[in-house]
Ligand binder design. Structure first.
Ligand code: MN
Length: 275
């Protein structure tokens, strides 16, 4: 069997202009979908199964939809014990995207989702960042990890794993080996989190100067991002702001699952019904 396809580098959009008929769009990120956490998956699937009139005109997934993605062959390899879960995710997305466009930006967990994975899920890949023209304004969309400049260890790691050569080499390894490497990396990351008392407020945050510079370079006024798991609106001066998406965990107390909706009335957080 040939190695899974790497993430596309040339066919991702860097600028997206909303069609004139779009009236509303929805943003989500950081669902961290994974086998063994069925509650979040169930809330998300119910969200995708809404009738078309209840949906926005497009869904934007701004990274870390999946807790881990070690190659598109997780969808087909019978060696993958979690195959049924990943296929159920892809099936739910494809069904939704039959009627409503879905745009996917990679996060630090699912950056190896490749051309085949996007196709199977019916998603269009977005570059990080992407400028989005909607309602007569520019909006800047990002996962957010590339702007957390204070986390220098992570920035080094990110620069390495986003190189096409590193990705080709990794994806050429057997699925079992990739799964084991990913597990090690996640355990190291979890250990770092425990060192900071598992408190997101102690994790590296988006650098305000970098966020301002990115906005000014693209003529956008609002940066919409995820990654930090700290939903908030931060004023950056000169009318610039960044709006942070919530992560999802339907099994937490209290549970977290919400969508950021953007229409002519502005940005609004919409909590989802929890089953
Ligand atoms: Mn992230």
């Amino acid at each position: 069997m040939s190695a899974p396809s790497p993430p596309p580098s040339v066919d991702r959009l860097v600028q997206l202009r909303a069609p004139a008929h779009w009236q509303a769009v929805e943003f989500i990120s950081d669902l961290h979908l994974q086998p063994g956490e069925p509650k979040t998956f169930d809330v998300w699937r119910a969200f995708l199964q809404r009738p078309v009139p209840e949906r926005a005109d497009a869904l934007f997934i701004l990274g870390d939809l999946f807790e881990v993605w070690v190659g598109d062959d997780v969808l087909e390899a019978s060696a993958s014990t979690d195959q049924a879960f990943w296929r159920a995710c892809a099936e739910a997305l494809r069904h939704f995207s039959d009627k409503t466009p879905v745009y996917f930006m990679a996060g630090n967990r699912d950056f190896l989702l490749g051309t085949e994975g996007l196709r199977v899920c019916g998603m269009q890949g977005l570059s990080d960042p992407t400028t989005f023209d909607f309602l007569g304004q520019h909006w800047l969309l990002s996962h957010g990890d590339a702007l957390c400049l204070a986390d220098t260890d992570y920035m080094r790691f990110r620069a390495q794993v986003r190189q096409p050569a590193w990705q080709r080499d990794f994806l050429a390894r057997p699925l079992s080996e990739r799964t084991a490497i990913a597990r090690d990396l996640r355990e190291q990351s979890e250990a770092r989190k425990r060192n900071t008392a598992n408190d997101p407020s102690l994790w590296a945050d988006v650098d305000a100067a970098a966020a301002r510079a990115a906005l000014q370079a693209t003529g956008a006024h609002t940066l919409i991002h995820g990654h930090t798991h700290r939903p908030a609106v931060h004023a950056l001066g000169d009318g610039l702001q960044r709006v942070v998406l919530s992560d999802w965990d339907a099994a937490a107390h209290p549970p977290r699952a919400e969508v950021l909706r953007l229409d002519a009335q502005g940005l609004r957080r919409v909590p989802l019904p929890l089953s």
